[in-house]
Write a protein that binds this ligand. Structure first.
Ligand code: DC
Length: 204
């Protein structure tokens, strides 16, 4: 079974998806980490982002190992976030990463998290959830997690939202059949419980 969780940055996707995977005994796929790894390699080595994506070797089991190097922390740097959002507009980057994601998801039970899981990567996912939250709350959560000032995070977040929602290829959008869940004011456990109930109702 595949549980697809999409939504903007700071809606709680990563925390919720990881906790949900643990609760269900499913594997967890953080597709954003793949765009971040391509963003990081492009910042470091230059050249076309699509070549970085096509040659990227990734291990996602424990942290993020890209081309043999542990980049778990570095891919969360603000300049890597910006680079990830930029490379994610490139259709060849998307094609290469979507292919890797589909290969992984082809086998076993998964909670997969991103922007286009329910729309593009796994449109047949048994459960699709779109997480949203008030932009100010999203910026507050992000600032609490990564440090920094909420107003600056809010400004950068607005730019990234516009880029993710307005891009030509696979923009962030509600998938057909997705359940929209506004997490403003909700705790992680509450969100996980609600999605787990949806999964149980969908289980064969
Ligand atoms: O979820 P995140 O912040 O780690 O994602 C990093 C960037 O990658 C973000 O700008 C959106 C993009 N992304 C995407 O386009 N498609 C995905 N499935 C996941 C992330």
């Amino acid at each position: 079974m595949i549980v697809a969780i999409d939504g903007p940055a700071g809606a709680g996707k990563s925390t919720v998806a990881r906790a949900l995977a643990r609760a269900l005994g499913f594997r967890y796929l953080d597709s954003g980490a793949m765009y971040r790894a391509v963003g990081l390699m492009t910042l470091r080595h230059g050249g076309p982002a699509s070549e970085q994506a096509e040659r990227l070797s990734l291990e996602l089991d424990d942290g993020v190992v890209a081309n043999g190097e542990d980049v778990t922390d570095e891919i969360r740097d603000p300049e890597v976030s910006e680079a990830a959002s930029r490379v994610a507009t490139n259709p060849r980057v998307r094609a290469a990463l979507v292919q890797k994601q589909r290969e992984l998801l082809g086998d076993g039970d998964w909670v997969a998290e991103g922007r286009d899981i329910g729309t593009v990567v796994a449109p047949d996912a048994e459960v699709k959830v779109f997480l949203s939250a008030d932009p100010r709350e999203r910026a507050r959560r992000r600032a609490a997690e990564l440090g920094g000032d909420a107003e600056t995070v809010l400004r950068e977040q607005a730019l990234r939202d516009a880029q993710d929602e307005g891009r030509e290829h696979s923009p962030l959008a509600l998938a057909p059949g997705a359940v929209e869940l506004d997490t403003t004011g909700l705790g992680v456990d509450e969100v996980v419980d609600r999605i787990a109930a949806i999964v149980r109702a969908a289980a064969p």
